[in-house]
Write a protein that binds this ligand. Structure first.
Ligand code: 1HN
Length: 380
């Protein structure tokens, strides 16, 4: 039998520096006493606990779409999808978050893949989710019994606790990306999950051109009088590319006509919003589409909270902190909290960037800050 006491998880070392006590045998003894009683004095920790500004543990990191799709396709041939595993979703694991399937400290980002004819079974969870389609078509997602077709450029939010299943009715495999607030729910220990029905009804196995949710909610500025206002998450379950594309194109066209509706010269952006409130589509996740005219750049900005981007179209150069990457369709990258970000459209076409982030969490807590520079340098 071991006579050693269990190792305390608290480890204190005497340090030199301002505000630190003079090292001595008596101090050493004090620190061992703290360790035994699981106590940590503020003076050894304050630099880490209270930095002058956010210092993210997450790294800026880039994943190439061709690698994601190639590996997802391999998984499609090897790994069945069904009850238990639930989804053939393969998460981006930030290299600085301990091997957890977290793209950022709050956000999950994954490529999901369904082979022709496959079904991902129905379930529901409190985590908020969305899907975004960078290429392909033929899958529909059935949310609360409403089949919603998914095609390139479509954005499909799905607030927590809605039943959902997916079905691929096409003759080809289809990939899309999922974003969820899984890490946030995990740290805050607020998750619930339930399995749903084993089979969809015949009506749910066909998809109309427009889902019920779009027929009720899909008319800008028009709320059905029978329906509630100020819902916490959007009841509109599909935001179609034709509308997003038009909105961005019109901002750039208006700019050319002398009307200032862009964020900065050549940089149009729209946020997906809840039609009952005008706020973000989901309580925890902000989603936007940005378009840079050929040759145009964003300003450099940084903000509290993290984001994940996916290149929807075009080619560009993005800067995230110390990194500079040349990116193209489907590539995904992470911008950690308070790390400066900028992008530029290369070549002679526009650069379209889909972005999701956790800003609504920080806004709700009055902890959100944004810092913009003037056109060229680093943020002030
Ligand atoms: C989930 O339900 C989906 O419904 C995607 O497509 C990713 C990751 C973890 C847990 C549930 C989906 C998920 C997920």
């Amino acid at each position: 039998m071991s006579t050693h006491p269990p190792l305390s998880p608290v480890r204190l070392t005497m340090q030199a520096g301002p505000g630190q006590p003079e090292p001595s045998p008596a101090l050493e003894q004090l620190y061992r006493g703290f360790e035994q009683e699981l106590l940590v004095p503020l003076w050894t920790e304050i630099g880490d606990l209270m930095p002058p500004h956010p210092r993210s543990k997450a790294s800026a990191h880039l994943w190439r779409w061709d690698r994601l799709v190639a590996l997802a396709d391999q998984a499609g041939h090897l790994v069945p999808v069904g009850r238990g595993g639930e989804r053939r979703a393969i998460a981006l694991a930030n290299p600085s978050l301990g091997g957890k399937p977290y793209a950022t400290p709050t956000l999950w980002a994954a490529i999901q893949y369904l082979m022709p004819g496959e079904d991902a079974p129905e379930h529901r969870h409190t985590q908020h989710a969305f899907r975004f389609v960078v290429e392909g078509e033929g899958v529909w997602t059935v949310v609360g019994g409403d089949p919603i077709r998914m095609s390139r450029g479509d954005f499909l939010p799905q607030a927590g606790w809605n039943w959902h299943a997916h079905h691929n009715a096409a003759t080809k495999p289809m990939a899309w990306i999922d974003g969820l607030d899984i890490p946030f729910s995990y740290y805050t220990e607020s998750q619930f999950f339930e399995f749903g029905r084993e089979k969809l009804t015949p009506a749910e196995m066909t998809t109309p051109e427009r889902s019920r949710s779009e027929r009720v909610w899909g008319y800008p500025g028009l709320r059905p009088v029978s329906q509630p206002d100020a819902l916490p998450a959007t009841p509109l379950l599909a935001y179609r590319w034709v509308d997003t594309d038009r909105a961005l194109a019109e901002q750039l066209a208006l700019e050319q006509e002398g009307h200032a509706v862009t964020l900065s010269p050549g940089h149009a952006a729209v946020r997906f919003t809840n039609p009952t409130s005008g706020r973000d589509v989901l309580p925890t996740i902000r989603t936007e589409m940005h378009r840079l005219r050929a040759g145009a750049s964003t300003r450099t900005w940084r903000e509290v909270g993290s984001s994940v981007y996916q290149v929807f179209d075009g080619r560009g150069t993005v800067r995230v902190g110390e990194h500079t990457w040349t990116v193209g369709r489907g590539d995904m990258f992470v911008v950690p909290s308070w790390v400066p970000f900028s992008a530029q459209a290369d070549g002679d076409t526009a650069l379209d960037l889909f972005r999701f982030g956790d800003a609504p969490i920080f806004e709700a807590l009055h902890a959100h800050r944004v810092q913009l520079d003037d056109a060229a340098g680093a943020p002030a």
